[in-house]
Design a protein around this ligand. Structure first.
Ligand SMILES: [Zn+2]
Length: 412
């Protein structure tokens, strides 16, 4: 943390150096600016045009993203429907298998009953034939031998008993035939019942088969729908990728133009790649100073880091944290400003042209030297806690014509 005032510079030589450096930079940029001011206006206009184009692309991309999300939602719904259909299909197939089994069983029963029926009929035929033969024999015998029976009968009682005997045999046979007939009719009825049952089952099977085909058709429709949605989504995703590329190219063009106009290329790079915006411990602007308790102006952003990555900590475990240059430029100051216990401590200032500079303060150590050209994202120092600081953090400033600006307005 630090207050905006540069009065904390104590070393005369540093101040002199900065003064001359700034004058040199001012003269140089002034020459370039005077020569190129109308050209600069053209460039600014062009930047605005491209920026507008880029923004309209962004809104098209937003719309596409919304569409893609909507399509994905529809796809998920269709997939769920297909799963439900698959479940119903497997149930239907199970039902068909069961019906097929029942039909098979009924057919077996019919076969068995048919055999039984044949047997009963055979038996009946045998019995009828036997009875017929016996009756014919009896009657033949009778025709001839009734008289014989009568004559041979010793008396009338004897005659009656002979007749009764013959008749009882015939009656017995007739009774037997009636029983077999009854059995045959029963089997016949059973067979008919089974055949009816088989027909019913076959009707059910045909119905189930039809239903299965309906479900399969529905499944195919849903799959077609799914394929259509997928294709549409892929097309829109491809379109989105194209537009993203276009937008990137436009951004690149804007950066090119910005660097041509000698301006800092915005958005600038976040200066602490390892620790994001969540690690802002103190914002730019007015605040109550944590040490003095007075209301004061904070000229930059404080970005805190983990203690165990600060070389000055007794918990230090290695892997120190880089502060990186927010854009390409020239190092115009690299050293102590104030002292190691007050002010900015170890600091690097990078000039980006167009009156812009960025400041990296409270560094543990410095990785660049004055006059060195640095590229965007190049480490300039290791974050520490030198100067007026209560813990390891980077104090980061963006200045325009030496006036501190809110860095968040320059960061993406
Ligand atoms: Zn600060």
């Amino acid at each position: 943390m630090n207050n905006f005032k540069c009065s904390s510079i104590k070393h005369r030589r540093d101040r002199q150096f900065i003064f001359f450096s700034l004058i040199a930079v001012f003269i140089l940029t002034n020459i370039v600016i005077t020569e190129a001011s109308s050209e600069d206006e053209d460039i600014q206009e062009k930047i605005q045009e491209i920026e507008q184009e880029r923004q309209s692309l962004e809104s098209e991309m937003d719309e596409l993203e919304e569409n893609i999300e909507h399509l994905q939602q529809q796809e998920r719904e269709v997939v769920q429907r297909i799963q439900e259909i698959d479940y119903r299909l497997s149930q239907q197939e199970q039902e068909l298998i069961e019906l097929d089994n029942e039909i098979g069983e009924t057919e077996d029963q019919i076969e068995k009953t048919t055999e039984e029926l044949e047997q009963a009929e055979e038996e009946l035929e045998e019995k009828e034939e036997f009875l017929g033969t016996r009756m014919r024999a009896t009657y033949k015998q009778g025709n001839v031998s009734y008289l014989e029976v009568l004559f041979e009968a010793q008396d009338f009682i004897d005659f009656l008993s002979r007749l009764t005997y013959v008749q009882s045999i015939v009656d017995k046979d007739l009774e037997l035939i009636a029983e077999v007939e009854e059995e045959r009719d029963r089997i016949q009825a059973k067979k008919e019942e089974l055949e009816e049952q088989k027909e019913d089952l076959q009707t059910l099977y045909a119905e189930a088969e039809e239903k299965k085909q309906e479900i399969e058709q529905n499944r195919q429709e849903q799959q077609r729908l799914h394929a259509e949605l997928e294709e549409q989504r892929e097309q829109e995703q491809e379109l989105l990728r194209q537009k993203e590329n276009e937008a990137d190219q436009l951004l690149e063009a804007i950066r090119d133009l910005q660097s041509q106009s000698g301006e800092m290329v915005t958005p600038i790079e976040w200066p602490v790649p390892d620790f994001g915006r969540n690690y802002i411990t103190s914002p730019f602007g007015n605040r109550t100073h944590p040490i003095t308790g007075r209301e004061s102006f904070h000229s930059g952003l404080d970005i805190g880091i983990a203690h165990h990555r600060w070389p000055g900590s007794n918990q230090y475990q290695g892997n120190p944290v880089n502060a990186v240059s927010a854009d390409s430029g020239v190092v115009i100051y690299a050293g102590i400003m104030g002292s190691l216990n007050s002010g900015y401590g170890r600091i690097v200032i990078v000039d980006h042209g167009g009156g812009y500079s960025t400041w990296y303060a409270h560094l543990n150590s410095i990785l660049v030297s004055e006059g060195e050209e640095v590229s965007r994202g190049q480490p300039v120092g290791l974050i520490g806690s030198t100067g007026s600081s209560t813990g390891p953090h980077l104090h980061f400033e963006v200045r325009k014509n030496d006036n501190p600006q809110n860095p968040l307005e320059y960061l993406n």
